[in-house]
Design a protein around this ligand. Structure first.
Ligand code: UDP
Length: 311
């Protein structure tokens, strides 16, 4: 297959690129490098099965060859990005999704949308099954991400219904691993960077809020199974192991040998209090479930950050 990945120089997109190239597929990466990084894909330069095109997918997408699958993974995804670059986020998930769908239509390709647990907002149902419609503040700072991903799901389903496009939607829960930006702002890169530098870990709020963290290799396996299945989704892909930010901080301090402890900072506006996927659908339709526990995944992540943090 020739697979086109928008956002392929980003965290998830680059791991997907590795996976498909390792299986002998051809991969074209489109990325404007707003949050992506060429270092994530540099290992593939010179591979005849790999092509990188620097392109902003909010403008028309054209490639002069056949494409079998379009994977739309372009979008800044850290809460730190939401107030910093709100309009590019809205555009990539609206105009960018429209363009990526148009490309899939023109090529007769399968389309996979990277959606998010943020469509559930600050959830009133716990854990979150795909049937839950969510609790999102449309006008808050997170709304630029949450609402544009909800729009992306809506337009994907419209193309499926109106144009018979072969679509998939994955709702991605908190994922971590090598290649997250050192200054990404999300909790695991923050804690790991702080722990390795010997700084206190910054807990926002009282640290009782929870997330469920999935290691990137498990996540990519879920995407792969969904793409190769007939399941349109949406399907939650994430780890069910729910952890408070206080527990996470203790783990990271122990694993990095950090003696500097923790400090408390203000909780960001509309920060979800809990998050845990119900993965019954992924288990039943894809035979997928995560295999890598938090401690092992953190160790792998810490090992990568250790070699990438400037001395
Ligand atoms: N958080 C924290 N310290 C940090 C960064 C984040 O306590 O240095 C908290 C944040 O307030 C949230 C959780 O960690 O409750 C997960 O935040 P993240 O930005 O990783 O992603 P989110 O799941 O909120 O999209």
């Amino acid at each position: 297959m020739r697979i086109l990945i928008t956002g392929g120089a980003g965290f998830l997109g680059s791991h997907l690129t590795d996976r498909f190239l390792s299986e002998g597929h051809e991969v074209t990466v489109l990325d404007n490098l707003i949050t992506g990084n060429l270092d994530n894909i540099a290992q593939h330069f010179g591979n005849p099965n790999f092509q990188f095109i620097k392109h902003d997918v909010t403008t028309h997408i054209h490639v002069p060859y056949a494409v079998d699958a379009v994977l739309h993974f372009a979008s800044p995804a850290s809460p730190k990005d939401f107030p910093a670059i709100p309009i590019p986020i809205l555009k990539v998930n609206s105009l960018g999704t429209h363009n990526a769908l148009g490309l899939a239509m023109a090529k007769g390709a399968r389309f996979l949308l990277a959606s998010t647990s943020e469509v559930y907002g600050d959830p009133l149902v716990h854990p979150q099954p795909e049937t839950y419609w969510g609790n999102v503040n449309p006008i808050g700072v997170r709304g630029v991400y949450d609402e544009s991903k909800r729009f992306a799901e809506a337009i994907t389903m419209a193309y499926r219904r109106a144009h018979d496009l072969d679509t998939r939607i994955v709702r991605i829960f908190n994922t971590y691993g090598p290649r997250m930006r050192l200054e990404d702002g999300r909790v695991i890169p923050n804690f790991v960077s702080q722990g390795l530098r010997g700084d206190p870990l910054t807990i926002y709020g009282d640290g009782s809020q929870t997330r469920s963290f999935c290691y990137v290799d498990d996540e990519v396996e879920g995407f792969h199974r969904l793409l190769m299945s007939d399941e349109p989704g949406p399907v939650n892909i994430g780890n069910t192991n729910e952890t408070s930010m206080l527990e996470l901080a203790e783990m990271v301090n122990a694993l990095t040998g950090n003696k500097a402890g923790i400090v408390f900072k203000p909780l960001p506006v509309d920060d979800p209090k809990v998050r845990q996927p119900d993965i019954t659908k992924a288990r039943e339709t894809l035979g997928w479930e995560p295999t890598i526990g938090l401690e092992e995944g953190l160790q792998r992540t810490i090992a990568w950050f250790r070699t990438h943090i400037p001395a």
